[in-house]
Design a protein around this ligand. Structure first.
Ligand code: GAR
Length: 208
């Protein structure tokens, strides 16, 4: 609780929103001591928006601006403004496929987290499960980390391993990684909402 109100989450996503659903369900079940205050997507018909609508959670499309891989400056301001207006304490990237830069990260310094579908620092960037399969690793997984100015480079909060099995396709491997994501991400968000993640430089440790 902050100032006698629940810890509030803002979720950004570009895709179907299965991580958002796992987090929203964990909030509803009391496993995360928080509520989702706002969901924003850069894709007007993204599944994450309809998932939020179904659950009665405020949601909106906000135009990303003129670039393909990042939000432009005006869009960063609009996103940050909407999240601040909603009283968001922690910003959760859940399949948000654009890079966030200075202005947004300054507005939410140390309060933006992401889930990435590999064991970072291996396979940053796009379609990490496909990169892992093509490389031939036998173990991959997912990583929850703080977001900094780089691409998938911020301090790691937690990781979960996932085996790569003979005969895996990109789809079967991604499905197995997603099942791990739906466990790991809510656990990390719960720890953050309870103030149990302490950051020291690149290291994060479990607090009391
Ligand atoms: C997840 O697998 C997430 O790790 C990945 O997008 C998927 C979103 O699925 N994110 C990235 O690749 C970020 N670089 P979802 O919309 O069902 O939550």
């Amino acid at each position: 609780m902050r100032n006698d109100r629940p810890f509030r989450l803002g979720v950004l996503g570009s895709g179907k929103g299965s991580n958002f659903v796992a987090i929203a369900e964990a909030c509803a079940a009391g496993r995360i001591p928080a509520q989702v205050g706002l969901v924003i997507s850069d894709v007007p018909d993204a599944g994450i928006l309809s998932q939020a609508q179904t659950r009665g959670i405020p949601q909106t499309f906000l135009a990303p601006g003129k670039y393909r891989t990042k939000l432009d400056e005006a869009a960063e301001q609009a996103y940050a403004g909407a999240l601040q207006e909603a009283g968001v304490d922690l910003v959760i990237l859940a399949g948000f496929m654009r890079i966030l830069k200075g202005g947004f990260l300054q507005a939410f310094a140390g309060r933006v987290i992401n889930i990435h579908p590999s064991l970072l620092p291996s396979f940053p960037g796009l379609a990490a499960w496909r990169q892992a399969l093509e490389y031939g690793v036998k173990v991959t997984g997912c990583t929850v980390h703080f977001v900094d100015q780089g691409v998938d480079t911020g301090p790691i909060i937690a990781q979960q391993t996932v085996p790569v099995l003979d005969g895996d396709t990109a789809d079967t491997l991604h499905q197995r990684i997603q099942a791990a994501e739906w466990q790991l991400y809510p656990e990390c968000v719960a720890a953050l909402a309870r103030g149990q993640v302490i950051v020291r430089g690149r290291q994060t440790v479990a607090g009391p």
